[in-house]
Design a binder for this molecule. Structure first.
Ligand SMILES: [Ca+2]
Ligand SMILES: [Ca+2]
Ligand SMILES: [Ca+2]
Length: 494
């Protein structure tokens, strides 16, 4: 993936931002005038509403262009509510098709063949505390080649001490039951307060190392400035090697601060407040971090796969892209978020995942994330010049986590409810890729097919409304009939 210059687009206005070059709604009367002008200019004239066999002859065809992902239609469907306070969803990449649902209260449940198995995969509820709202069993991660290894890692808050513990557990002869007596502790991080524990574990698909997210230790405003203090793991993402056989782990030799006596060797990135859900793009290895803000800004951070690490994501100097403490501040040396949104729109970001599922290849590359409080799910993508953020769905879900299955399809965990499947379906006809199918798309498609050969904002598959593999006047006519003449339904999206 091309390294990205971190140009920060304007903040989202209202519920979501609209890309600067997107077409707005074009009333039919205005559209008709413009369209006629355009057609006169291009020499292509639309037929009057006509039966299919009289669709005008093809004047131009173009191969699919390269462009940004196509904004999808989104909906969620409940898979199961037979879970208690789910806060994480993972798969084992072992071909079993199982989803592992982490319950904050100390159990991991298996969702398989459409139901939650009666017996938990793991039950360590006797050794954790979840008395604080951000404490508990917070995530599970399966190492590369888990199918052969049959062990995995969890992050939890320890009973009595409240410390954060990362441990390894083995699976029994029954693949659906882990052995709670097999615990091997990888590391322990004492916690000064009960909140901001971070809690994400994830293996980087490129380097195979385990990444661990720690919050700033809690309270409010990071009173001890832990996130900018490089002699603590608090407020950091760590990168360690738990698979080389070294006990309990090894530090990769290419960690960014190895050899720097002022920084702990495990540290990969600093300046995080409460990285509640980070993930790696399964196709590229890019790292995406949702970092929960203090009281004003929620943020998304992006780290390309070829980064050597060592980024300072700013907290508590910055909250989102704004100065926090001190204020005013210098942002020299800081990596500011690629996107942030204010507490007008939400209150606590839940970082998500880049969509790579088979159900909608046109949407590949969109980073899907949400807000815990408002239940809004957004997509964030790079259009070649700027970051574009768009609301995909406004839900009633307290979004505790996103997850994906072995194929890459996405799921949503409701902290006070169940597990939902997130469906992202192509929005055929949205030629200008603004998230709406309207008459402005007819104009965009006509311009694309016309003599001036304008580029499409959407991946071409979106404009190929009859799915015959080419974009041509037939697609334009279908779209025109649907939207202007209101004669036919699009063959897709109803
Ligand atoms: Ca930050
Ligand atoms: Ca559109
Ligand atoms: Ca077509």
């Amino acid at each position: 993936m091309t390294p990205i210059l971190k140009s920060i687009p304007g903040r989202p206005s209202g519920k979501y931002a609209v890309r600067a070059n997107s077409g707005g709604f074009c009333p039919a009367t205005i559209y008709l005038s413009l369209f006629l002008l355009l057609c006169l200019h291009t020499g292509w004239l639309p037929a009057a509403p006509a039966p299919a066999e009289e669709i005008p002859s093809i004047t131009h065809e173009k191969a699919y262009p390269e462009s940004m992902p196509g904004w999808p239609d989104a909906e969620i469907t409940l898979l199961t509510n037979a879970v208690n306070q789910p806060v994480h969803i993972a798969h084992a990449d072992d071909g079993s098709g199982r989803l592992f649902i982490v319950e904050r209260t100390g159990t991991i449940r298996i969702f398989h063949n459409g139901q939650i198995l009666a017996d938990p995969f793991l039950d360590i509820s006797g050794r954790i505390t979840f008395s604080g709202g951000e404490q508990g069993l917070l995530s599970v991660a399966f190492p590369p080649a888990f199918a052969a290894k049959q062990y995995f890692y969890v992050y939890y808050t320890a009973l009595e001490t409240g410390a954060s513990i990362v441990s390894r557990f083995g699976v029994t002869a029954d693949p659906d039951r882990a052995d709670p007596t097999s615990e091997e502790i990888v590391l322990i991080q004492p916690q000064p307060f009960t909140n901001h524990n971070g809690g994400q574990l994830a293996f980087n698909p490129v380097d195979g190392y385990l990444y661990i997210g720690f919050g700033d230790g809690g309270s409010g405003g990071d009173p001890d400035n832990y996130a900018q203090t490089t002699t603590t793991w608090l407020g950091k993402i760590l990168r360690i090697d738990v698979e080389s056989g070294a006990a309990a782990y090894a530090v990769p030799a290419d960690n960014p601060f190895v050899g720097d006596p002022l920084v702990l060797d495990e540290i990969w990135a600093i300046g995080l407040r409460n990285p509640w859900r980070f993930s790696f793009d399964r196709a590229t290895g890019d790292l995406w971090i949702g970092d929960v803000g203090q009281s004003t800004w929620e943020e998304i951070n992006y780290q390309p796969a070829d980064s050597p690490g060592g980024e300072n994501y700013g907290w508590r100097i910055t909250e989102g892209s704004a100065c926090y403490n001190p204020n005013p501040c210098s942002t020299v040396g800081l990596t500011l978020p690629v996107w942030d949104y204010s507490h007008i729109t939400g209150c606590s970001v839940t970082g998500g995942m880049v969509y790579r599922g088979p159900a909608n290849s046109l949407a590949h590359g969109i980073y899907v994330y949400g807000d815990y409080c408002t239940g809004i799910i957004w997509g964030l993508a790079w259009d070649g010049q700027a970051w574009v953020n768009r609301e995909l769905l406004d839900t009633a879900v307290n979004i505790a986590s996103f997850g994906q299955d072995e194929d890459g399809e996405l799921y949503v965990a409701d902290r006070f409810g169940g597990i939902y499947r997130l469906h992202l379906t192509p929005r055929y006809g949205d030629a200008n890729n603004d998230g709406q199918v309207d008459t402005s798309d007819v104009l965009s498609l006509a311009a694309f097919l016309g003599a001036n050969q304008a580029s499409l904002s959407a991946p071409a598959g979106i404009a190929d409304v009859n799915l015959d593999g080419v974009i041509n006047a037939v697609d334009l006519t279908i779209l025109q009939h649907r939207l202007v003449d209101n004669i036919t339904q699009l063959p897709h999206n109803g």
